[in-house]
Ligand binder design. Structure first.
Ligand SMILES: Nc1nc2c(ncn2[C@@H]2O[C@H](COP(=O)(O)OP(=O)(O)OP(=O)(O)O)[C@@H](O)[C@H]2O)c(=O)[nH]1
Ligand SMILES: [Zn+2]
Length: 310
């Protein structure tokens, strides 16, 4: 008997450990299993999949992952990498409180720059006036280096933030990242009401009985399925193991323009004479000065990434 199953295309909308949920162009979702190492897919991947052989129910197998535009790397726990593919932008959500970590924020921005994904920073809880002002001040270096920083008040009555966010996201695939308590769930519930509860149920059903780890999930904001929102846990440990320390300064947009001034082409910007980066640190008379804190983050990351190479 010949195998008359046909190859289909689909989008990976969730990953639960070994298996994925693949959505067909008609919107039907089914569980698919990767055939081998080469067909290990992540959320956002376009894949070719085969419908199930008799006896396997409605499930399918992933035969091939189609070429990716980009792949967003980060590290959840030690050694556990997780990613999303084919992103247009990353919305990094922080809040007036709890106080955000500049180091975590910088790591997320570097990961995005390394894959040519546009980052946007959202600062939530504008209603907490004093803390908001402080957090807004702490974001000054990021505004100066050209990032869009959006003030948000996601819990407030009214539709202002909703409309602004819809405009920002329209027609794009956006990964939402943020530390615990920043308002990620609030944001997703605002844009895709009911989605999170549904995901939790599916995840529990798939992992019946087992400890359910939250996983990366894709949501459609619009009925036409043009605007994708990807929710991904794990902002705390942001591993950048894939980044070459020699490239680090190029991914930090406040350091980048100064690198060209360095005397040595392989300058590490840590101790070399004639370093263009070092002279710009805290050079308050200059509009393109690098803040002490950002330079410290650079030094810490450089050491961390250099160590993981050996
Ligand atoms: N004051 C204020 N509180 C907000 C705002 N938006 C969200 N919150 C509150 O902040 C808390 C955290 O919001 P969540 O949406 O659960 O945050 P999260 O990022 O999903 O956090 P995790 O579930 O821990 O990952 C909740 O108590 C929200 O009600 C806001 O604009 N202002
Ligand atoms: Zn230098």
């Amino acid at each position: 008997m010949s195998d008359r199953r046909t190859l289909n295309e689909g989008l990976v909308v969730a990953s639960h450990g070994r298996h994925c949920v693949v959505e067909s162009p008609d919107g039907v979702r089914r569980i698919c299993h990767p055939r081998g190492k080469k067909s290990q897919a992540v959320v956002g991947d376009r894949v070719s999949w085969l419908s199930a052989t008799p006896g396997q129910g409605e499930e399918g197998t992933i035969e091939k992952v189609l070429p990716r535009k980009n792949l967003f790397y980060r590290q959840d726990e030690i050694r556990t990498k997780s990613f999303a593919a084919n992103l247009d932008q990353v919305l990094i959500l922080v809040a007036a409180e709890p106080e955000f970590s500049a180091s975590q924020l910088s790591r997320a921005l570097i990961a995005a720059e390394a894959e040519h994904i546009t980052p946007i920073i959202g600062l939530n809880k504008a209603d907490l006036v004093d803390n908001f002002a402080r957090a807004w001040g702490r974001l000054a270096p990021y505004r100066h280096m050209g990032y869009q920083v959006m003030p948000l008040s996601l819990k407030a009555e009214g539709t202002r933030d909703h409309a602004l966010l819809l405009e920002l996201l329209r027609g794009k695939n956006t990964l939402v990242l943020g530390p615990s308590g920043a308002g990620k769930s609030t944001l997703i519930n605002l844009l895709v009401p009911g989605a999170l509860a549904e995901t939790r149920e599916i995840s529990q059903a798939l992992n019946s009985g087992k400890h359910t780890t939250t996983s990366t999930s894709w949501y459609w904001v619009d009925a036409e399925r043009h605007t994708g929102l990807i929710d991904s846990p794990g902002f705390q440990e942001f591993g950048l193991h894939h980044i070459d320390p020699a490239q680090l300064a190029a991914y930090m947009l406040d350091l980048k323009p100064h690198v060209a001034q360095c005397k040595f082409y392989n300058c590490t910007h840590l101790h070399e004479p004639g370093c263009g980066v070092m002279v710009a640190v805290s050079a308050e008379d200059r509009p393109d000065a690098i803040s002490e804190q950002r330079y410290r983050i650079y030094g810490d990351l450089f050491a961390e990434l250099s160590q993981s190479r050996y």
